[in-house]
Design a protein around this ligand. Sequence first.
Ligand SMILES: *Cc1c(COP(=O)(O)O)cnc(C)c1O
Length: 390
Amino acid sequence: MSHAHAEIPLSRPDITQMEEDLVLQALRSGRLSIGPMVEQFEHELAAKVGTRHAVAVNSGTSGLHLIMRALNIGPGDEVITTPFSFVASSNAILFVGATPVFVDICPKTLNMDPAQVEKKIGPRTKAILAVETFGNPAYMDQYAQIAAKYEIPLIEDSCEALGAMHKGRNAGTFGRVGVFGFYPNKQITTGEGGMIVTDDARVAELCRSMRNQGRPLGHAMGGGTASGSWLKHERLGYNYRMSEINAALGLAQIRRLDEILRKRTEVAEFYIERLAGNKHLTLPTIDAASVMSWFIFVVRLSTSYTAVERDRIIKGLRNHEVGAGDYFPCIHLQPFYREQFGFEPGMFPIAESVSHRTIAIPFYNSLTRRETDLVAQTLDVMLSRENLMR
Ligand SMILES: *Cc1c(COP(=O)(O)O)cnc(C)c1O
């Protein structure tokens, strides 16, 4: 859906003097790739999340691809995952020729229904790929238990969940390996970028090698072009390296993470306070055992609304200078998934029903209470207008 410039955008990165200073330092260092900024960013993110290893890459999607390769997932293998996500989580399964096996979601948390995850496990299941939808870490411990029971790895796509916690444990640490994404609408940004996190030294080493053209592990961490093995390639690799400039930005952002998460929680609370009584809307629910890391703020229209009505409300918001989006259309109903796998509407009814009624409204750190009130008021007007037409 294209739209005019919204006065209150859907998202906006939070860049301060610290980001500017570190990026400038990288630019002036004479070293623009494979250098100390990447190493420091990896080190500080690993410390923050609590994993032994962190491997920076040039996008969350690249990270997911490397994870699939490092876990030796390929043709003939099945990976259990959610149809209600950004398309990249499932595309990574296709990159290596494996087959996504979708599981419907729980209507409260919007994450995969754990009972159904277990039911879908079969002889070809090679991994579970769980997503913390919109930053909600519910059930991650249950997926981990199921994965352990069947002796398969849990891959945690935490691209929407940096800073989330469930039962005292950080998002990114439930699986054999996790990944964060740093596109500009995420909790922290590097422009483009991602980070693989794991306690598994072998997985970390394979990812380091493959992000750097499959170079030998000893030279994959940096080391520069002087090395005699710079042109030695041990395995099929990619150029998925993060540049020093991107890493400098990420380093400032990870140092500000607590402040950033606090601001986001405050904005979410403004919305919840203002919208809680609205009978047309379902707001995000957070179970008592979880700490949400707010990625975007998504309200859901009540079941009496159709997708057409929802789309009209989104259009109305945009026409009134309020950013809005339909996060997410179901992955199984994307044209190339339908074509390749024969998916049809009705196969994952909860995910489909939810995806027809979601509206993401503006959400970023610097939103003021006045602006959230204005967004809520505009939403009220659009809802009334829609109801007059019924
Ligand atoms: C953002 C995101 C990714 C990765 O996106 P990139 O743009 O490649 O960094 C992967 N999975 C999910 C669920 C995401 O939201």
